[in-house]
Design a protein around this ligand. Structure first.
Ligand code: DLZ
Ligand code: SF4
Length: 520
């Protein structure tokens, strides 16, 4: 019985650890080890599940995908020790399990892969084990390569890094190395609101199999105190299921993905988004393959350029860029707080109980599906946290906990840098602050809201409006010189003093309510 205590110790030379977000057959570690004589370890541990209150669906996804992957490895001839969360001998941490099994198997070498989190990588380094490290080949740009690109630059910009990655990968390039379509970036063509007549495609479903059902029971019993529901669990847990989700996206959603990438609609949690980020981040899909498929769909005339380029930009541009920044600046990056925010994260982030329809929709679907798309995360929940001056570390912990695809390397720079501008503008040139007008333009939320988006002061006024101006006023020293906010500050300067005062007062009133623990 794998994972059970009492079996006699067998001397093996090498032990390989496969983490819950490293479930790829082409992991460098698996190439280096030999199924005929080496042993693999996968472990479900309380520490990883509980160091932030992960959404129960996220824990279920990882445990189920780990169990399926362990089976698939065994079918390929590997000896796998699999530790279940409720195994009596489980020490509760990955370091503990690695030590226990290294001792028990008298392993001369313990093979591990670069982690997705500084915390865990440090803990493994400090474990006093004979570690052999392997690079994570799932990314296009290695850590050292990114550091070389960033060297000497005071400010980094995704756009220039992205062009490097386009050149490196050869994706969407003409024969002479120029970008297809005459521009590198078609972001301006990714911002259409959703017309009423356009309907989101049907969603692909993944009903739980016996392994997943067992995991769902375990998670329900052990993690019912974490926020989020388990009932609607509907995500791929194997490579084959992830492939099916991907094929569904290519056929049904990618063609319109470019146009409606930033759109939001009530009761439509997924729209034209792929829902593959979690599968990709835990190793069930391969980045290079996905990009090649999207490029092939473009060359075959099945999808427009703004969809193909927009998708590829997210993967080889933004995703790799934030990973590079993470490893370049951890652990200091996590403590950055350029605006000096101290306000606590409002309780309604965990319950969705707010009268703001946009927030209720974004948080509600987060609790139901452990998912919200990038604009909901950036311009609704993120924008509110930025405007309200919430402590960035609390915001980061929330995003890490509630999203299925959130691992520290990708979540932290996105939240701390992009959403909260807490790195002072290192990762992005301007804060993504916006009033209710942006949300109105990109969604149908405001029509169903208790607040009035056209009003900025008074009890019925959309909270985003006054908070937006309050944010700009209170940080004028820091942001006033930012060229990309030039127009906005000009508008502020032109405002009658009485209007400015009224906006400030309304902002103060809203923040006082948050401080008093009231929902808005
Ligand atoms: C997120 C997570 C969870 C919930 N549980 C486990 C686990 O039990 N075993 C494991 O190996 N990995 C788990 N993970 C993923 C790790 O937290 C992840 O490898 C690190 O955060 C680095 O990205
Ligand atoms: Fe959100 Fe304001 Fe629109 Fe309500 S009125 S949905 S709070 S932007």
């Amino acid at each position: 019985m794998p994972g059970s205590a009492g079996a006699p110790a067998v001397a093996v030379r090498r032990l390989g650890l496969v983490l819950g977000d490293q479930l790829s057959f082409d992991l460098a570690l698996l190439t280096a080890l030999d199924p005929a004589q080496d042993v693999l370890l996968l472990a479900e541990v309380a520490e990883e599940a509980g160091y932030v209150p992960h959404h129960p669906q996220k824990i279920a996804l990882i445990f189920s995908a780990m169990r399926h992957f362990a089976e698939a490895l065994r079918e390929r001839g590997w000896r796998v020790h699999y530790v279940r969360l409720d195994d009596a001998a489980n020490t509760g941490s990955l370091v503990g399990e690695l030590r226990r099994w290294a001792t028990r198997l008298a392993a001369g070498e313990v093979h591990v892969s670069e982690c997705g989190e500084w915390r865990l990588e440090q803990a493994l380094r400090d474990a006093g084990l004979p570690l052999v490290w392997h690079a994570d080949r799932r990314f296009l740009c290695g850590r050292a390569e990114f550091a070389a690109w960033a060297r000497g630059k005071k400010q980094l910009r995704m756009e220039y890094f992205y062009r490097e990655m386009r050149r490196k990968s050869g994706l969407l390039l003409n024969g002479d190395g120029t970008p297809v379509g005459g521009a590198w970036n078609f972001d301006a063509d990714n911002r259409k609101a959703l017309p009423r007549a356009v309907k989101a495609p049907l969603v692909a479903h993944f009903p739980p199999d016996a392994i997943t059902r067992e995991v769902l029971e375990l998670v329900a019993a052990r993690f019912s105190h974490h926020y989020g529901t388990l009932e609607r669990f509907d995500y791929p847990v194997t490579h084959a299921e992830a492939e099916a989700l991907w094929a569904h996206f290519l056929d049904f959603a990618l063609p319109a993905f470019g146009d409606y990438q930033d759109a939001m609609a009530s009761g439509e949690p997924f729209l034209f988004h792929a829902r593959i980020s979690a599968a990709l981040n835990i190793g069930l899909l391969d980045l290079r393959r996905l990009c090649a498929d999207v490029e092939a769909a473009y060359w075959a005339g099945r999808v427009p350029l703004n969809a193909a380029e927009g998708f590829i930009r997210q993967l080889i541009g933004w995703r790799e860029y934030v990973r590079g920044i993470y490893w370049l600046h951890m652990p200091d990056y996590a403590a950055r707080n350029a605006f000096g925010n101290t306000r606590a994260l409002p309780e309604f982030y965990w319950t969705g109980q707010t009268r703001m329809q946009c927030m209720r929709q974004a948080i509600g679907q987060t609790l139901e599906h452990a998912y919200a798309h990038h604009i909901q995360r950036l311009m609704v929940t993120g924008n509110f946290a930025l405007l309200a001056g919430i402590a960035p570390q609390q915001v980061c912990d929330w995003y890490l906990a509630v999203y299925l695809d959130a691992f520290d390397w990708v979540e932290l720079p996105n939240t701390l840098g992009m959403v909260m501008h807490a790195d002072g503008g290192y990762l992005g040139s301007k804060p993504y602050c916006a009033s209710g007008q942006y949300i109105k333009r990109m969604s149908d939320y405001c029509a169903g809201c208790a607040y009035k988006v056209a009003e900025s002061t008074g009890e019925q006024a959309c909270p985003f409006n006054a908070l937006y101006w309050h944010f700009l006023m209170r940080h004028q020293d820091r942001l006033g010189a930012n060229q990309r906010l030039g127009m906005v500050y000009k508008n502020l300067a032109r405002m009658p003093e009485a209007r400015r005062q009224a906006l400030w007062q309304r902002g103060e009133q809203l923040l006082a309510r948050l401080d008093a623990g009231q929902a808005l």
